[in-house]
Design a protein around this ligand. Structure first.
Ligand SMILES: [Zn+2]
Length: 421
């Protein structure tokens, strides 16, 4: 029997809002591995954690690498630690890199840890204790918060996954306007969607493959397959140097952060869920353009929000009315409000109760509590107190999903184009 010895490498929290990107650091490491004949197994992984984690790094993405450990383990470790030492944004208070090395098979308890990092919060101390208990070699830089994501990045099972092609800029261009030919991006989207997705937000005329931060990434294309990424990368034209590129296997756009629950009251702050409920009140815009309403079930109720950055999605949400049964997907944030990423209409309330129509054709008005209705036109009065049900036409449709626009979508949110509807 041949024993294949595998070294898992996890890296996280090396970047800051002003620069770097853990994926770029990883691609530099991969180049050095290749140069030194270190064999990389599978695609590098880009793993997104709980989007509501309190001390998240930009984008909250950790990287995992797997190599064949045939005597090169120590060299590989040196290459990784040197790169993190040299390229991390140490000046930023919120950048606290962590690196872990692990030899052998990923265990069930490591998988469970990874899901906890996506569903909940794990402290640095907890991560360190867990890492030590399963035999990880741990390297903390500054506070070393990155070890939380590093362990998750190597451990998370990817029963569903997508791929992202990331291209990188020459360092002298960092911070300068990216020179991407937008026409070619439209062409790429036309020729490769839905195998690629999240390329363009047509409602906002927004090129989503282009980051808005001064990081080393020139553009990133997301896809279900590596083949589609290669095709897409050939179509997109840029007029600045691409110094490197790398394809990552990722949990982006898989809804892996979403836990199914049947009770509104069972949900916790900072968790992400899908839950069904009845709309309690008409959605209203307040506080700088954010839209809020409540849903309830037998167990309790919660405020739901469609925030200003979700743009036209708020218009869609505004069509909801009391009595509608919907299933919402999203997470509970700082204010204990459920941030909606998408919703499915389970059953629309298409009945409206109105005053009866008088025999003269005019809609009647109330004659006072329990005094029936009267007609202002002909003076007719009736003793009947019940309003009349009328079927109304709805903009929303039963069984239909509605999602936030690409420009406001979270990394982990599964777009409808991936849902086999
Ligand atoms: Zn009348």
């Amino acid at each position: 029997m041949i024993i294949i010895n595998i070294l898992h490498i996890g890296i996280d929290d090396t970047d800051s809002p002003d620069g770097m990107c853990t994926t770029f650091l990883a691609s530099q490491i991969i180049n050095k591995f290749e140069y030194n004949g270190i064999e990389i197994i599978d695609y590098p992984r880009l793993i997104r954690l709980n989007p509501f984690a309190r001390f998240k790094t930009r984008g909250n993405g950790a990287v995992g690498l797997k190599i064949l450990n045939d005597g090169n383990g120590d060299l590989a470790k040196k290459i990784v630690l040197d790169a993190v030492e040299k390229l991390s944004m140490f000046d930023c208070d919120n950048t606290n890199p962590g690196v872990i090395f692990y030899e052998g098979e990923i265990t069930k308890e490591m998988e469970n840890y990874a899901f906890r990092a996506i569903y909940e919060f794990i402290t640095i101390e907890e991560a360190e204790e867990f890492g030590n208990s399963v035999g990880c070699e741990i390297h903390k830089f500054k506070k070393g918060r990155g070890i939380i994501g590093s362990i998750a990045a190597i451990s998370l099972p990817l029963s569903d996954c997508t791929f992202e092609l990331l291209t990188y800029r020459a360092s002298e261009n960092y911070g300068a306007k990216r020179r991407i030919d937008y026409e070619s991006v439209y062409k790429m989207d036309k020729e490769t969607f839905p195998d690629t997705f999240e390329n363009i937000d047509y409602s906002e005329d927004y090129i989503a493959i282009e980051p808005k931060t001064p990081c080393p990434v020139l553009y990133g294309i997301r896809s279900n397959t590596v083949e589609a990424l290669k095709k897409a990368g050939d179509i997109v034209q840029v007029s600045e140097p691409v110094v490197d590129w790398c394809i990552f296997k990722t949990n982006q756009h898989t809804d892996m952060h979403i836990q199914k629950t049947t009770d509104i009251s069972s949900m916790n702050q900072y968790g992400c869920y899908e839950v069904e409920g009845e709309v309690k009140n008409k959605p209203k815009i307040i506080d700088g353009g954010h839209m809020f309403f409540h849903i309830f079930d037998e167990s309790g109720e919660i405020e739901c929000g469609a925030y200003e950055p979700t743009k036209n999605f708020r218009k869609t949400v505004s069509y909801l009315r009391p009595g509608d049964i919907i299933k919402v997907y999203g997470g509970i944030g700082e204010q204990n409000t459920f941030n909606i990423e998408k919703f499915k209409v389970i059953k629309l309330n298409d009945i409206e109760y109105k005053n009866p129509i008088c025999k003269c054709g005019k809609r009647m008005t109330s004659a006072g509590k329990n005094k029936g209705f009267k007609c202002k036109k002909c003076g007719n009065k009736i003793q009947e107190n019940e309003k009349v049900p009328i079927k109304i036409t709805r903009f929303l449709k039963n069984a239909q999903f509605y999602e936030t626009p690409v420009s406001a979508r979270r990394h982990l949110s599964k777009p409808l184009c991936r849902m086999n509807l």
